[in-house]
Design a protein around this ligand. Sequence first.
Ligand SMILES: [Fe+2]
Ligand SMILES: [Fe+2]
Length: 309
Amino acid sequence: MSRWSTLLMDEAQLGELASVPVSEVMCHAEVSNRANPTPTELYQRWERQQWSAEQLVLENDRETFVNGRIPPIIRTMIENSIATFIIGEYTGLDMLGPILTGSPDEEYSVFLGTQIADETRHTRAVFRLGAEVLGYDETPRNMLAQAWNKATSAHVELSLLETEIVRDLHKQPLNYGQWLQAVTLFHLITEGVLALVGQRVLVQGLRDIDLFPGVKSAFVAMCRDESRHVGFGLHALRTGIREGYSDEIYEVLEKAVPLVMRLDNEFEGIATDFSDMSKSILRRHLKGIGADPAFVEKLLSGYNAPNGS
Ligand SMILES: [Fe+2]
Ligand SMILES: [Fe+2]
């Protein structure tokens, strides 16, 4: 690992990602999006941050998962995280087609092309983790069914909401309000809160265990990609709000945020600060897109949301 610099996580190669300090991973999305990067700047970052799902080395991880003396809670956390991401990455790949088709801007389209490549790579990476670490059936269709059985009821409802929003966008691909609704659910909620928190909880949970280098590398690499995807979502939604589409965006948030909070409860026991992390991130994102502070207060009231900085 090279010496510390502010660019550590941005510049790390695949073989170095497992040793990126957890503190870097935890704040990467916030730090790298602080300057509100444009879609073209995010594209340029993407060109510098390529990695290979095929080159992940997983043999030792499998051996540890099956025979290692690791606390049961860690084993559960690894299995639940991988199973959740098997569904999440594949669903994400599926959703991005209509989002690219309905893109309202040329610069957006160029960025969204990179995101489809990323989600393809993420899907392949988690399929490999499912088959080679957890021992799931390697046929994607069977593996998805196996992972789906681990999904909680809030997850199922969130997936149904995603399907509904994507179906509406499919019917009217050039309806900008509907496009913003899909971006709100996918980029802001699914990626900007659930994926970021899920990846961070796993990376943090494995912090003190000098094991699972393959799982760690994959999740840190995905987390780094997620920062760009979230950065794009914040840019698109900030623009949408400026252009007068806040009602469309708020409508999705009102449906999705209670589900996020329920998901957090279902994860309690695996990681205690799950819901605090979600609320802080959500609050920061909503501020970042210029959401009305009164709406944000109402949306988060009742969840004891801490003030995210
Ligand atoms: Fe992804
Ligand atoms: Fe993503």
